[in-house]
Design a protein around this ligand. Structure first.
Ligand SMILES: NC(=O)c1ccc[n+]([C@@H]2O[C@H](COP(=O)([O-])OP(=O)(O)OC[C@H]3O[C@@H](n4cnc5c(N)ncnc54)[C@H](OP(=O)(O)O)[C@@H]3O)[C@@H](O)[C@H]2O)c1
Length: 313
C-alpha cells in the first residue's frame, strides 16, 4: 500500500478547494519519521495557506496537503533517527507545518515527541503548535518571570487558552480579553481578570504591564502599546508590531514565529500529564469534513481547538 487518503488543494482559493482523495504515501528521508495520523489539529494557518497568503515566500508545490498539528503512531523511521520507535504514540508538527490532513504524514524527528499519556489522539492533536507558540511567546521571546504581568488578547482561542494556563502555572499576573460568551471560560482557565473587549476598552483595566501577547492584530495591537510599562514588550502572533512606534515610546515589539522542537513538546506533555494544563476541543470533524472544519476556524470565534479525526481510537 503506497497510497493514502489525504485532503489536498490543487489551487489556492476558498474552502471548496479542499479535496479528500487518494495521494501517494510519503516516504521518510534521513532525520524524518512517517507518522500514521490518528488526528490532525486545525489552525488558522491552514486556511491562510489554502487561500495562498504565504505562497509568494514559501513556494509550496501543488497539490498541497495543509495541516501542521498531528497525533498518531510512528509507522516508519528515516535513516539516522534515534530515540523513537515504530509503534510509538507521538504528537507534534508535520512537514513545514504542512501534510497533516492525511492518513500518514512526515515529521522531522525533532518536531515530534511522545504523546501526553493522559490525552487521547484528538486531544493531543489540539496542542502542538498553539501550546509551543504560547510558551515561546511568554517565556522565550517575552522572557517573563514569576510575578510579572501580561495582557493576553484572544484568550479563548488556541494560542490564548494555552497562554493563560502557562501564565498561571508560572505565577504571572494574567489579564485576558474575550467576548462575553467566553469571559467565564477564560476565568476558568486561571485569568486573574477577564475583560469583555466588546463592552470594556481593555485600556480601562490594563495598565503598566510587562507584556502584551497579541493574537488578534489590527486596532487591538495598535491600542496595546498604551498598556505597557516603560521597557515592556508587545509580542504578536498575528501581525508584525511597528518597530518605530516601539522605539519612539521606549518599548519593544516582536513578531513571534513558532519554532517546533521535541524537547519543548516533552516539557508541555509533562505539564499536561501533571494536570497543570487542560485541553479543550470545541469540535471534532472526520477527515473528509476538513472543509467544514476550516469554515468554522475561519470565523475566528474558536473556543479552544478544532480537530480532524483520521482514525477512531
Ligand atoms: N506566528 C506563529 O507562530 C503563530 C502560531 C500560532 C498561531 N498564529 C496566529 O495567531 C492568531 C491566533 O491563533 P489561534 O490559533 O489562537 O486562533 P483561534 O483559535 O482561531 O482563536 C481566535 C480567538 O480570538 C478571539 N478574538 C477575536 N477577535 C478578538 C478581539 N478583538 N479581541 C480579543 N479576542 C478576539 C476569539 O474569541 P472571541 O470569540 O471570544 O472573540 C477566538 O477565541 C492567528 O492569526 C494565527 O494564524 C501564529
Amino acid at each position: 500500500m503506497n497510497h493514502m487518503k489525504a485532503v489536498r488543494i490543487h489551487a489556492y482559493g476558498g474552502p471548496e478547494m479542499l479535496v479528500c482523495e487518494d495521494a501517494p504515501r510519503p516516504v521518510p528521508q534521513a532525520g524524518e519519521v512517517l507518522v500514521q495520523v490518528y488526528a490532525a489539529g486545525v489552525n488558522p494557518l491552514d486556511w491562510k495557506m489554502r487561500e495562498g497568503w504565504l505562497k509568494d515566500f514559501r513556494h509550496d508545490p501543488l497539490p498541497l496537503i495543509v495541516g501542521g498539528d498531528i497525533s498518531g503512531v510512528v509507522a516508519e523511521l528515516g535513516t539516522g533517527v534515534v530515540g523513537l520507535q515504530v509503534g510509538q504514540e507521538v504528537y507534534g508538527v508535520s512537514g513545514s507545518m504542512t501534510g497533516g490532513y492525511a492518513e500518514y504524514a512526515i515529521a522531522q524527528a525533532d518536531a515530534i515527541a511522545p504523546k501526553p499519556k493522559t490525552l487521547n489522539h484528538v486531544q493531543a492533536a489540539a496542542a502542538p503548535i498553539v501550546a509551543m507558540t504560547a510558551w515561546q511567546a511568554l517565556f522565550e521571546v517575552g522572557q517573563l518571570q514569576a510575578g510579572q504581568s501580561v495582557l493576553i488578547h484572544g484568550a479563548a482561542g488556541g494560542v490564548g487558552s494555552f497562554a493563560v494556563q502557562f501564565g498561571k502555572m508560572r505565577r504571572l499576573q494574567v489579564i485576558a480579553t474575550a467576548s462575553a460568551q467566553n469571559v467565564e471560560y477564560v476565568r476558568g482557565l486561571g485569568a486573574d481578570r477577564a475583560i469583555d473587549y466588546k463592552t470594556t476598552p481593555f485600556e480601562q483595566v490594563a495598565r503598566e504591564l510587562d507584556m502584551v501577547l497579541d493574537t488578534v492584530g489590527g486596532d487591538t495591537q495598535v491600542r496595546s502599546w498604551n498598556v505597557l510599562k516603560s521597557g515592556g514588550i508587545l509580542v504578536s502572533t498575528a501581525t508584525p508590531p511597528d518597530r518605530e512606534i516601539a522605539a519612539a515610546r521606549g518599548l519593544k515589539g516582536a513578531m513571534m514565529v513558532v519554532q517546533p522542537r521535541s524537547s519543548l513538546l516533552t516539557e508541555i506533555a509533562g505539564s499536561i500529564d501533571a494536570g497543570q494544563v487542560k485541553i479543550d476541543v470545541q469540535k471534532v470533524f472526520p477527515l473528509v469534513e476538513a472543509r467544514q472544519a476550516q469554515e468554522l476556524s475561519q470565523q475566528g470565534i474558536t473556543r479552544g481547538k478544532i480537530v480532524l479525526q483520521a482514525i477512531a481510537a
